[in-house]
Design a protein around this ligand. Structure first.
Ligand code: ADP
Length: 376
């Protein structure tokens, strides 16, 4: 859909060429075109902070190499269509930028008003189509996740319900004669009813997290301060389990990142709590933070129970709990990791796990140090 006023950013250092483009677009869309000119890359990047629907990018700018300027503009506004402008035919360069997502490549001496307008109109139509396709794919993914959630939930609820029904029948048979047996059946019914209540509470928590503003806040977060806070909040639990916790932050190039502090804290907390929980007494836990290629990496390593390879693919599934871990009677709800993963994905990051049964686990959370520029 074309907005009421179409803002076109013209990145062009030659005033005569800029004048030409302005003339070509004069009167198009009943005059509802706002042409913003930027004479170089830096000015263009500044302009991209505001809403721009199309970029006309001269590839021979004084302050950048052709592919450099294309990459910079595309990186700053990945969803905005770019039409490249060349001084003279150059097949290789044209192909390179088209391969990297440019909508069109026009050779300046061959441009006339009709050609320029057609190229812009096609670019807008194509971008609109791609956006609709992406939205549909997102919607399909949401439906798929919802279906899976309903299946998982039905499966989880069925077991306690079956136990309750079986014990109600046994209770009916036992009464009024066998009061001891009746008491045992009642206890089982109570246990399973509590289990059902916990399950429902967990579903509510999860759906709250899903529904609540799924776009994370963007705020400046002091990474070291955040991790120290998480470690401090686990002090008594760590002490109770006689663990040793080490925090390594020497690989951080910068102490700051842009993310949703409360959500990131919840994600890392869940992983740290697990490390403490699933490590037998007097274990070692290392928490690391370092920067790599524009990402902040958090590692939480323990020398605890570890996870069987066949269990690994499931531990991020809602309400999944590994049987072997149950003797520790941790009382967890199988919700910590799915929530952590959901939050990390909301930040365009990912979580990986390496684990060896009996030796320990390493959870690695990777998040861009600052969020990629969103659609304008
Ligand atoms: P829970 O509330 O049961 O801890 P999670 O979603 O946080 O749920 O974790 C799912 C399962 O993954 C846990 O039940 C546990 O079996 C396993 N797990 C998670 N972290 C670790 C770890 N550091 N070491 C061993 N097992 C773990």
């Amino acid at each position: 859909m074309v907005p009421e006023v179409l803002t076109i950013l013209l990145v062009e250092d030659n005033p005569d060429d800029a004048q030409c483009m302005r003339r070509y677009l004069d009167g198009w869309q009943q005059g509802n075109v706002k042409l913003v000119a930027a004479p170089g890359l830096e000015a263009a990047l500044n302009q991209l902070q505001y809403s721009v629907e199309v970029v006309l990018l001269d590839l021979s700018l004084p302050d950048a190499q052709p592919s450099e300027s294309y990459a910079a503009i595309h990186g700053a506004a990945p969803e905005t269509p770019i039409i490249a402008l060349l001084d003279a035919p150059d097949e290789d360069l044209a192909l390179e930028v088209i391969n990297h997502g440019a909508q069109d490549c026009l050779i300046k001496p061959q441009i006339d008003g009709a050609r320029l307008i057609r190229s812009i109109a096609f670019a807008l139509a194509r971008t609109g189509y791609q956006k609709r396709q992406r939205e549909m794919a997102n919607e399909r993914e949401r439906v798929r996740l919802l279906q899976r959630f309903i299946q998982d939930a039905a499966h989880d609820l069925r077991t306690p319900l079956t136990v309750i029904l079986v014990n109600v029948a046994a209770l009916e048979r036992a009464l009024p004669g066998d009061v001891d047996a009746a008491a045992r059946y009642l206890q089982l019914i109570e246990d399973q009813t509590l289990r059902l209540r916990d399950l429902l509470q967990n579903y509510l928590k999860l759906s709250y997290l899903e529904l609540r503003d799924s776009r994370p806040q963007h705020e400046r977060v002091d990474i070291i301060q955040l991790l120290n806070e998480i470690i401090r909040e686990h002090d008594s639990f760590v002490h109770q389990r006689r663990h040793e916790v080490v925090f390594e932050e020497s690989g951080l190039e910068s102490q700051e990142m842009i993310c949703d502090r409360a959500k990131l804290k919840l994600a890392i907390t869940n992983i740290v709590t697990n490390a403490i929980t699933y490590t037998p007494e007097a274990g070692n836990i290392i928490i690391r933070a370092y920067t790599r290629d524009g990402y902040v990496v958090f590692e939480i390593e323990d020398d605890g129970l570890g996870i069987e390879p066949n269990e690994l693919p499931h531990i991020f599934n809602t309400l999944y709990r590994v049987d072997a871990a149950r003797p520790l009677n941790t009382g967890g709800g199988g919700l910590g990791l799915p929530i952590a993963r959901r939050i990390v994905e909301q930040h365009n990051g990912w979580i990986k796990v390496e684990s060896e049964p009996g030796r320990g686990s390493l959870f690695r959370v990777v998040i861009p140090r600052q969020p990629p520029p969103g659609p304008r």
